[in-house]
Design a protein around this ligand. Structure first.
Ligand SMILES: *[C@@H]1O[C@H](CO)[C@@H](O)[C@H](O)[C@H]1NC(C)=O
Ligand SMILES: *[C@@H]1O[C@H](CO)[C@@H](O)[C@H](O)[C@H]1NC(C)=O
Length: 388
């Protein structure tokens, strides 16, 4: 290769020298080689460098996050798997038999149930949630703040729309907590501050030992029959995570069944703390729905993207462009243009690209189907959102 290169440039004194010189010292030799190589640089190489390198840098800038996500299986081990408990249900099977199927005994009276949430702005989902749980809940506990987790001032949406929830008013313990508005702080700090306040509010609501306490985000909706089972059966675990079907944008896009953060606790004073992380290994299968980013208005998407604890995912301003957001919703694509958060290459690759549509609206929250005019945007085939 080198020889051929020299031959081609026979008239080139330096190159000839390099090839011919066997006497020259090593350093002189390599210097000459370098000069020779530089001369040999033709225009094509220069062009490739001038255009290619910036493109490469730009590509890394735009997709760097994807590369690290794709390589995640190398640098991160999956968490310990849950022990999944089978879940039995049919509306015509007696509670005694349902409890028995789970290895539990039926009680003479049901436990009291407290449903406690930190509220942001998801009014429609709250309406669907509370109607789903209403027949089984003794006390609704709701806390809202005038600050998002990311320290942005927000309206008190629940307070302003409280009359919409008249059906729950007699069983409602409402609390409002002022944000701390600390600039540049990790959003998880404000979040845990609000969760501690919610702990206080649950006590104010009158919770007692062995009452059931549901800990979940507003958009993690346990199915009514699941809560009914847990309040009627004795000997259920102290803490049980709920496996929920993971939907994105609406009940049209069923992502997987890997939502596990929601949990149900038999309350213990001084011991039970409101949390949204993993607290036990036990997971009850198919216990409800998790509908992420299920908003009516495009503006709610923009708000949530900014208020989210992962605000750093907005890498480019155009991510917040309403037209882009509408397109992403209809496609079932990712709002932050990220790769699936999985722990094996197999799963990442299986989930690449948009979420396929589901055409089943069977076994969804009853109130969603009853109020189908009002909640049409959440049902399959209705991806267009209202602006405003
Ligand atoms: C379920 O129970 C209802 C009322 O007890 C009864 O009318 C209905 O036929 C039952 N359905 C099935 C499938 O067994
Ligand atoms: C948030 O609420 C607290 C408590 O009511 C109040 O003192 C504070 O002024 C509010 N902050 C903003 C920015 O509205």
């Amino acid at each position: 290769m080198e020889a051929g290169y020299c031959n081609r440039k026979k008239t080139d004194g330096i190159c000839e020298g390099v090839c011919d010189s066997e006497l020259g010292s090593k350093s002189v030799l390599s210097m000459s080689r370098l000069k020779c190589a530089l001369r040999g640089f033709d225009l094509r190489v220069l062009l490739i460098l001038l255009i290619g390198v910036p493109i490469l840098i730009f590509a890394i800038y735009v997709h760097g996050q994807k590369v690290t996500y794709f390589l995640r299986p190398i640098w991160e081990k999956p968490p310990k798997p849950f022990t999944i408990r089978p879940h039995y249900y049919h509306e015509n099977v007696s509670m005694a038999n349902l409890c028995k199927l789970h290895g539990w005994k039926v009680r003479e009276t049901p436990r009291r149930v407290f449903d406690a949430v930190l509220f942001s702005n998801e009014l429609d989902i709250l309406d669907i949630r509370w109607h789903e749980l209403s027949p089984y809940v003794s006390e609704f506990v709701l806390l809202e703040s005038n600050s998002t987790f990311t320290g942005i001032k927000k309206d008190l949406h629940f307070k302003e729309n409280r009359q919409r929830f008249d059906f729950a008013e007699s069983r409602l313990t409402y609390g409002m907590i002022g944000g701390r508005f600390v600039k540049g702080e990790n959003p998880f700090v404000e979040e845990s501050y609000q969760r501690v306040a919610l702990d206080q509010l649950i006590k104010i609501a009158g919770i007692q030992d062995d009452d059931l306490l549901i800990m979940s985000d507003v958009d993690e909706i346990p199915s009514g029959h699941t809560i009914n089972l847990l309040r009627w059966c004795d000997d259920i675990p102290e803490i049980l995570h709920l496996q929920l079907r993971n939907y994105l944008y609406s009940f049209q896009f069923l992502l997987d069944d890997k939502s596990w953060r929601a949990s149900v606790h038999r309350y213990r004073a001084g011991k039970t703390r409101y949390a949204h992380f993993r607290q036990t290994d036990e997971l009850l299968a198919d216990s409800g729905w998790h509908c992420s980013f299920c908003f009516r208005y495009i503006n709610d998407f923009i708000f949530k993207m900014k208020a989210y604890s992962h605000v750093d995912r907005i890498r480019f301003k155009y991510f917040l462009n309403p037209k882009r957001i509408q397109h992403v919703i209809c496609e079932g694509a990712d709002l932050f243009d990220m790769l699936p958060e999985e722990y094996t290459f197999q799963e990442i690759i299986a989930k690449l690209g948009p979420i396929p549509s589901t055409f089943s609206a069977v076994h969804l929250p009853a109130y969603l189907l009853e109020q189908n005019d009002r909640y049409r945007y959440l049902l399959p085939g209705n991806c267009i959102r209202e602006s405003g």
